[in-house]
Design a protein around this ligand. Sequence first.
Ligand code: SAM
Length: 312
Amino acid sequence: MHQNKKHIPVLLSEVLLNLDPKLGDKYLDLTAGYGGHAKQVIEIIGKDSQVCLVDRDPSAVDYLKVSFKNQNVDIRNQDFYKSAVELSESGQKFDLILADLGVSSPHLNEQLRGFSIDKEGPLDMRMDQNQTLDAEKIVNGFSEKQLAKILQEYGEEPKYLRIARLIVRNRPITTTTELAKIVSKAWPGHSKSHPATRTFQAIRIAVNDELNLIEKAIPIWIDLLSPGGRLAIISFHSLEDRIVKQALAEKSGNKLDSELHLLTKKPIVATKDELVFNPRARSAKLRVAAKINKQKKGEYNANTGKKSLPHL
Ligand SMILES: C[S@@+](CC[C@H](N)C(=O)[O-])C[C@H]1O[C@@H](n2cnc3c(N)ncnc32)[C@H](O)[C@@H]1O
């Protein structure tokens, strides 16, 4: 099941169990990456089902085009907000929607992408290499105040002021390892994780405008679900998970206008077994919700969820 060498999909069994794909379901994968989740879902829904795979990274899209060639799959090289808007405008609906947020293994493993703290590379960190804003522009071009704000908001970095000052004083900075070394000066001594982890996360989020896109996109994803359809979202850090949790909570619960029924009261995390072959799953959290079928709403209590969902 976990054969893709480029990227091992996280929480694969849990995604399948909770999305609960059925033959003929329409599937939208908003972060299709290297197609690990998509491949397994398509095996269940069947090759003739309607499938749309989205990724903002052109390298991932090239890979998807080869992997799914000769199949009836709509592959889009776009960010998931833009895709969702377009799909919604064209009146499409899906039974299964998956968003496996964040970066892929090739982003972290390929030196030239500039995401990795310990592999020397250019200050890049763009998921979409056609966009103009990259890490270099932020690190060498943003003001100390702007940098501090990014580090505080997107990295939750306690030493955001000191690190912003260190970066500005040591400009120009050209490589990932140089940046990591400069940031480490703010954290002398040993720590469990690399002292520049939060800084790298913050700059990456800023480069790719990650949190804003998720926040804007989730309401449209919910809109794109057909009645009874399911939305599964995997996040990798607390800032992402907070947005997902709040967005799903807002549309669910015992309210007259609730659109969703939460299927995961608490997020699902990886088993110890999975962590052995896929350590990247360490911080993954899966939340799943189903779109309430308004016509059949009376058949169960959306608040307790004790009766089985009207299917769906
Ligand atoms: C964790 S990987 C997904 C892996 C995929 N589920 C698989 O099994 O191969 C995340 C992917 O989402 C893409 N991505 C991240 N943010 C995105 C966005 N806003 N719009 C579209 N794609 C995005 C990244 O380029 C990356 O390929």
